[in-house]
Structures are given as C-alpha cells and as structure tokens.
Ligand binder design. Structure first.
Ligand code: GRF
Length: 221
C-alpha cells in the first residue's frame, strides 16, 4: 500500500542529473532500451549503475559497452536478505533517484521493497493484474496467455510493492494475439512493445511528470 505517499519522482535534482539504477539478471534487452533513450536524449537523466545477480548476464556487458558501471552482486553464501542488503548498499552508494527492475529474476523481500518504496519500477510482459504473481515470469507468462484463449496481450510498467507483480500501474501497451502464435512469437511481439514503453515511462519519470498519490499514478501533461 502507498496510502499516504504523495510523491513526485524526478523533481529532486537539476534537469539532466536524474540518476537511474537498473537491475537485470539476463540479456538486458529492456536495459538496452533505456540506454538508447538516454543516448538519444529522450530520457533526461543517466544510468549510473547496472546491477546483476548473474555474473554472466549480458546486461553487464551492455553496461560496460556504454560506459556505465557494471556491478555483479554474488548470491554465493548469502541469505536472501543479506544479498538484498548488498544490492541496496550498491544502489544507495550511487545516490540513485529511480531503480528499474528490467528482467531481474528475484522475488524481493518486503524489507527491500520498503527500503526503496516509491522509487522502484518493474516491467512485466503481460497486462497486469492478469498473468502476474509467483511463477509468472519469462515464457510461463506467454504460455498462460495463449492457453487462456485471450486475443490481446501486452506489457505493464508498475511501481513495486509487496505483492509479486503488484503495485500501482504507470502505463500499459497492448499487442494482438495472432492465430498460430507460439509462446516465442508472442514473447517477441510483446518485447518489441516493452522496448518502446519502458524508455517512455522512464523519460516521464525523469521529467518529473509521474506522481504517485496513494495507490494511483497521475501522469501530468
Ligand atoms: C521481459 O519479458 C520483461 O518483461 C521481463 O524480463 C524480460 C526482459 O529481459 N521482466 P531482458 O531485458 O531481455 O533481459
């Protein structure tokens, strides 16, 4: 619940100095869409650190290739809360304004969420609140969507709260489901849309146009 928070992200700093941390476990194609948005000027801010729990994540290579600090935070020998504290310490050491979960395949504890409340967003490859929650990640999502017989899917960007894939929705985009779709073809169509939606939302937040008022998101003109 965000019941008493009225929070405008992005207004704390002079324009252009909006500082973003991206957490990613895999290939980082969503990360790349934010990098592109920063580099083409549509996001008035910069990614200051990319953090991964996977040493081999291509997301870390993408970061390096674009002059962004890559940080691998190993889970080896650490309890979940200890690993999260290590991740939080890195985030805080970069003095970030926004944390983007971009394919970060970890269930987060309430303590981690509370520590970053109101400044952490996630992208999910379905039209939430449908097809979210524990076990709904990667191809599982697209398999469930196709099994349902729905004619439309899409992607959602939302603030992160204690519910897995819960939290106030900032923006969504739809894609059609076509005859003969497989989970792979649907995933590719949704991912294309993710790569448009995510940098748009990050750009809006960096511009101070996204207000979280209780559980409602207001986007100003
Ligand atoms: C996307 O399906 C996104 O919705 C989910 O992770 C996938 C992106 O992975 N959260 P990547 O950015 O290509 O690693």
């Amino acid at each position: 619940m965000f019941a008493t928070i009225k929070y405008v992200l992005g207004l704390r700093r002079p324009m252009g100095d909006f500082r973003i941390a991206v957490l990613a476990s895999g290939s980082g194609s969503d990360l790349q869409s934010i990098i592109d948005g920063v580099e083409d000027g549509s996001i008035d801010g910069r990614i200051v650190v990319v953090i991964s729990d996977n040493e081999d994540a291509y997301a870390l290579t993408r970061a390096e290739d674009h002059g962004i600090e890559p940080r691998y935070v190993s889970r080896k020998g650490l309890k979940r809360a200890e690993h999260e504290d290590a991740v939080s310490d890195v985030i805080d050491s970069f003095d970030t304004d926004l944390i983007v979960l971009a394919g970060y395949i970890r269930i987060l504890t309430p303590a981690f969420i509370a520590r970053h409340r109101g400044k952490m967003i996630n992208i999910h490859p379905a039209l939430l609140p449908l097809y979210g929650g524990p076990g709904m990640y990667g191809m599982h999502v697209h398999e469930a969507v196709l099994a349902s017989g729905d004619r439309t899917s899409g992607c959602s960007v939302h603030f992160v709260d204690e519910k897995v894939d819960g939290g106030p929705i900032i923006a969504q985009r739809t894609v059609p489901i076509e005859d003969g779709d497989t989970p792979e073809t649907l995933q590719a169509r949704v991912l294309e849309e993710e790569h448009r939606l995510l940098p748009e939302v990050v750009g809006l937040i960096a511009a101070g146009r996204v207000t979280l008022d209780g559980d409602r998101v207001i986007i100003s003109d």
